[in-house]
Design a binder for this molecule. Structure first.
Ligand code: AMP
Length: 285
């Protein structure tokens, strides 16, 4: 039976009680509108942990003033159903008042450096919102394993760095990107795409795939790979590119030559919908 919890004190008690019985707690933080990408994280948590908690919270603090907070898709009944189908023990779906009872948080967790680039450059304050809510969540849940998708590779790197820097008792685990058959990375925001934009959206994945193929054939110059992605996306004038960058996978520092695990990442708009995608480039693979 999947239990719906809306209060912080109840979630804290459930996790504390589980650990006192020797159980391992797994947590999957989400903003709801759950799809196969989220469900793959639930399955990873279910395979590793005794008690699985999925959090569903559209966190206002991580949305900019002109972003899609109000129209972000919400479907708690569907989310609870999806969690039940994945044998999740607890869905934590707090209200905004429950998470921010004193109004906007006076305390902000900021990870310096890693949040300046990529999505951080065009979404100022976004990652402060993410790290503040995730730090709160880790404080409530306590010792646990937390599952994040590589789809949001910068978010994963930032959360991993915060957790290490603050010695939080959480193992942060990255999970593979889940895609549609045509390569488009699953995202709750794909629901915003018009039929025309949905048809061109997989171009992002194809562009990254071409660069990855060049990398696998020996290309190690970051600029060359970035240029390949730009020119593949430019075949579709519908896209407005935000960035294409090749960065170190852990520090997110820009690279000239790829000698260690790297991330080739893209963000682009189709109409008002912002899509992100990335591929890992590992010189040893
Ligand atoms: P969101 O609800 O968009 O905040 O995402 C919650 C978690 O699900 C994050 O860790 C995301 O990286 C992960 N996620 C979202 N889409 C995918 C996907 N297509 N594949 C794997 N993980 C995903």
């Amino acid at each position: 039976m999947t239990r719906l919890v809306t209060s912080i004190s109840e979630l804290r008690a459930v996790c504390h009680d589980a650990r006192s019985r020797g159980k391992v707690v797994g947590v999957v933080p989400t903003m709801g509108s759950l799809h196969e990408g989220h469900r793959s994280l639930m399955r990873a948590a279910r395979a590793d942990c005794d008690v699985v908690v999925v959090t569903v919270f559209v966190n206002p603090m991580q949305f900019g003033p002109n972003e899609d907070l109000d129209r972000y898709p919400r479907d708690l009944d569907g989310d609870v159903e999806a969690c039940a189908a994945e044998h999740v023990d607890v869905v934590f779906a707090p209200s905004v008042d429950e998470m921010y009872p004193r109004g906007p948080s006076a305390t902000v967790v900021h990870v310096a450096g890693l949040t300046d680039r990529l999505c951080g450059a065009s979404r100022p304050g976004h990652f402060d919102g993410v790290t503040t809510i995730v730090a709160k969540l880790f404080g409530i849940v306590g010792r646990s394993r937390a599952y994040f998708g590589r789809k949001d590779a910068q978010q994963l790197a930032v959360v991993a760095r915060m957790t290490a820097d603050l010695d939080l008792p959480v193992d942060v685990i990255g999970c593979p990107i889940v895609r549609e058959d045509d390569g488009l990375a699953l995202s709750s925001r794909n629901a915003y795409l018009s039929a025309e934009h949905r048809a061109v959206a997989p171009t992002l994945h194809r562009a990254l795939g071409q660069a990855r193929a060049a990398f696998e054939s020996g290309e190690r110059e970051a600029d060359t790979l970035v240029a390949m992605v730009h020119s593949a996306i430019a075949t579709r004038p519908e896209f407005e590119v935000d960035y294409v960058e090749c960065v170190d996978a852990t520090s997110l520092e820009p690279l000239n030559v790829i000698e260690a695990p790297a991330l080739l990442a893209v963000a682009a708009r189709l109409g008002s919908t912002r899509l992100i995608d990335n591929v890992d480039l590992s010189p040893t693979s």
